[in-house]
Design a protein. Structure first.
Lengths: 278, 249
């Protein structure tokens, strides 16, 4: 068996491209997620989207449309509840997304026929990734790059210092909604490969690795997608040869890279990452 | 004198007890006002109402049309681990206007001039965590000045800084005021900062008094503001406020 053997299969080539793109997109969007100390939101949103996926499967609605609308609605609700300040963002995520996840589970129990697709959503699968889906994920990547480039300064200001950004004329609510939209769309289109249960690790780990090696926000936006893409690509190859699920393989590789960088960068890296790791 | 901002009978609550009640306060062009009061008295809420970050639950805030306001938050609220350099912080001031991710040559020049003016020349590419307390405060002041504000609002500008930094901040603000910028700040530091300002407002859930230090820094006003007996002494023409704990001889 050679290293390149799996590339002779179309399903693997499609899965490989989606995993690489997914890693890059999650790395890029993850920079904002970790710097806003909202690592938990990736976890929560993916669970929320699971509810939408289950409901879509049961109702026979298109997966991307149903789960996407559900995820976006959850993200906007979290943002709105958290901004009102009566309960914190972590509590809002906990209540809204777990309720959605529970609904997904209940639906899958009642309508057993949706079980197979729900399992694929939970744990990730490279089987059945179509060329159309590769194109869709590439479009999500282009969309993320366009949004981040066009709103670079506003997103940076709203992330670093939302109160002053608001006084300075930046529409902080709109920037938050834009980030939530990017996050929901990213999770929606990439979780098929990595799975609901592991997607948050792909959002967080490359960004934290990037933070450990650089003190520059702009460089973080380059390093995190590169790390994510590399983990996605190499993880897929390992997944085939080791016969383990693609999500587990990609995330274990990302965790390994994290441990190596954590050890090599020592106190400086840990200092840079500050409140992200303890 | 033109009024920049007028708070007309404003009250505010965050959903629970009222934090500020029936405040009437006018900030005129050329003001240099210090807001004092104990912790939780509503100073920051008052500043946020002035800035427009909060809407009053009662009353009206009137702002002059097209008023340019800039805000310097408490440095203690800043995330010092955020991966950002001095010049990137200052450039944020132009964020609302620009869609271009990279700064133009003229923007870089403007940032360099501002930093030079504030004694931070050559610090453009330093991470904000690598600066001293006074330098960090000046970076955020530079970001505020980038907007060429008519009204500068500062929340506790001397909180957690040493005496030398406090002097630097006071001198900087005095120079800005002399050059035509109106300044409103909140502070816990009565002797080191508030007593040197032309006008002081005492707040404790309501506006207790507004006036010059000589009018406001009296035992009765301060006792109403802080809820504890305080003495006011005069030393070399300056007023000094000391607390006089009951029962301690």
């Amino acid at each position: 068996m050679t290293l390149f053997e799996p590339f002779q299969f179309e399903f693997f080539r499609n899965g490989f491209m989606v995993a690489t793109l997914a890693g890059a997109i999650c790395g890029l969007v993850g920079v904002y997620v970790v710097l806003r100390s909202m690592s938990y939101i990736g976890h929560g949103l993916s669970h929320s989207i699971f509810g939408g996926a289950a409901a879509s499967a049961v109702l026979g609605v298109n997966f991307y449309l149903g789960a996407g609308m559900w995820g976006l609605l959850s993200a906007l609700m979290i943002g709105r509840v958290a901004r009102r300040g009566k309960i914190g963002a972590d509590a809002a995520i906990g209540v809204i997304t777990t309720a959605s996840f529970a609904l997904g589970l209940a639906l899958s129990n009642v309508f057993g026929q949706a079980k197979r697709s729900i399992e694929a959503v939970l744990f990730g699968s490279i089987l059945g990734v179509t060329t159309l889906e590769v194109i869709a994920v590439a479009c999500v990547g282009v969309l993320a790059i366009v949004i981040i480039s066009a709103f670079y300064r506003k997103l940076l200001f709203a992330t670093f210092d939302p109160e002053v950004a608001d006084v300075t004329g930046v529409n902080v609510g709109r920037m938050e909604a834009l980030l939530m939209l990017m996050l929901a769309v990213t999770i929606l289109f990439t979780m098929k490969i990595v799975g609901v249960l592991l997607i948050s690790a792909l959002l967080v780990t490359p960004a934290v690795i990037a933070r450990m090696v650089t003190n520059s926000f702009a460089r973080m936006l380059v390093i995190a997608p590169l790390v994510g893409a590399a983990c996605g690509a190499v993880g897929m190859v390992i997944s085939y040869h080791a016969d383990i699920s693609s999500g587990a393989s990609i995330i274990l590789l990302a965790a390994f890279v994290f441990i190596v960088v954590y050890t090599v960068t020592g106190a400086r890296g840990r200092g840079n990452a500050g409140g992200m790791i303890h | 004198m033109t009024s920049l901002i007028e708070l007309d009978g404003i009250s505010h609550s965050y959903g629970g007890p009222t934090v500020l009640e029936h405040v009437h306060l006018t900030i005129d062009e050329g003001s240099f006002l210090g807001v004092i009061g104990p912790s939780g008295s509503g100073k920051t809420t008052l500043l946020r109402l002035v800035l427009g970050n909060l809407r009053p639950t009662e009353g009206v805030v009137r702002r002059r049309d097209n008023l340019r306001i800039a805000y310097v938050p408490q440095v203690e609220t800043v995330n010092w681990n955020f991966p950002i350099t001095v010049s990137e912080v200052v450039l944020m001031a132009a964020a609302a206007k620009w869609y271009r991710p990279r700064a133009t040559e003229s923007e870089r020049k403007r940032v360099a001039e501002l930093l030079e003016q504030l004694g931070l020349g050559g610090f453009e590419h330093r991470h904000i965590r690598e600066l001293s307390g006074g330098q960090q405060q000046r970076v955020f002041l530079a970001r505020a000045l980038h907007r060429d504000p008519e009204l500068l609002v500062l929340d506790e500008p001397t909180s957690g800084v040493d005496v030398r930094t406090r002097h630097e901040v006071v001198h900087l603000l005095t120079d800005l005021h002399r050059n035509g910028t109106s300044v409103v700040l909140s502070t816990h530091d009565i002797n080191g900062l508030a007593a040197h300002l032309p006008m002081i407002a005492c707040v404790n859930r309501e506006l207790i008094a507004v006036g010059t230090p000589a009018e406001v820094l009296t035992s009765s006003v301060l006792e109403r503001t802080y809820g504890a007996p305080m003495e006011v002494l005069e030393h070399g023409g300056m007023l000094l406020v000391t607390d006089s704990p009951m029962g301690i001889e």
